[in-house]
Design a protein around this ligand. Sequence first.
Ligand SMILES: Nc1ncnc2c1ncn2[C@@H]1O[C@H](COP(=O)(O)OP(=O)(O)OP(=O)(O)O)[C@@H](O)[C@H]1O
Ligand SMILES: [Mg+2]
Length: 334
Amino acid sequence: MEKLLEIDNLSVQFHTPEGVARAVDGVGFDLHRGEILGLVGESGCGKTVTALSILRLISSPPGRIRADRILFEGRNLLDLDAEDLRQIRGQEISMIFQEPLTSLNPVLPIGRQVAEPLMVHRGVTKREAYEEAALWLDHVKIPAARERLNDYPHQLSGGMRQRVMIAMAVVCRPKLLIADEPTTALDVTIQSQILYLILKLKEELGMSVLLITHNLGVVAQMASRVAIMYAGEVVEEAGVMDIFDRPFHPYTQGLLKAMPRLGDRVGRRAGRLNGIAGTVPPLTKVMPGCKFADRCPHMFTLCKEKPPGLFALSDGQHARCWLKDYPERRKAHV
Ligand SMILES: Nc1ncnc2c1ncn2[C@@H]1O[C@H](COP(=O)(O)OP(=O)(O)OP(=O)(O)O)[C@@H](O)[C@H]1O
Ligand SMILES: [Mg+2]
């Protein structure tokens, strides 16, 4: 499959009073045309910062982005000037942000917010843009969309606001949609409707999607490949089947164990939910070895001394773990 986005060795540091926080530390992955890649990991592991870096939306200071390259259709996004970047943002790559209320403008009617990208990027007239906005709002299933063009965000439910966000993100038919936790704040029924909508639009528009979530259930439903992040690094990357059938990295295995199973009763689940013991290390801490070592049930001396590289386990599966070279160190019952 053709590569749409290639990220090589991306690092983002924030200069904080506590020291340099390595929020993203050597991340790399590819996104192919038309695929959905799930980017998964616990809170604070650097998913949003990775996504914002693609669009160069990290402010400096306090942030600093470095990468060997971030290629989008063969162009290095790091080399683009402000005007080229503006063309790409919203038009070729668009993003649904984690906080819908902060990214919708509370004092502008929703019709205007959906129409605006068309006027800015496509240069269509106001009338045409509002016409198309109404069609898109209808398409994302805002009931009586045409009559609601003048509604303000606060007049809509959370699910509706998320639909407006999606409409805004796709009006210019982007090649890449970055969806950062698009459903976290919503209840389960609305969640699946929104996910279905993203899938449908992906098919219709032939978009690729970078789907950021901490929910492996969502990934199972949506993604064809998955990158698992821990403390600013990709620790495993594989096809979605491999991640669920033969996860290699102890962190991936821990995340899977912590997933509630279908049929678990709440009471039973509470007892069985097998979270990963310990917490993510502070990002300011310099660690000579594997960042997961302190929480890893299989940890041995080397893990604390030397950082593991990303090993290829098979064609499509990679993991950043010394167990690749020392399989006998993997404990059977953990
Ligand atoms: N402007 C900033 N200054 C300092 N630290 C920051 C800044 N922005 C992000 N960080 C830090 O970078 C780390 C990664 O944050 P990020 O938002 O990418 O996490 P995340 O994986 O998206 O988490 P969540 O699942 O909670 O959204 C966090 O520890 C965060 O505190
Ligand atoms: Mg985030």
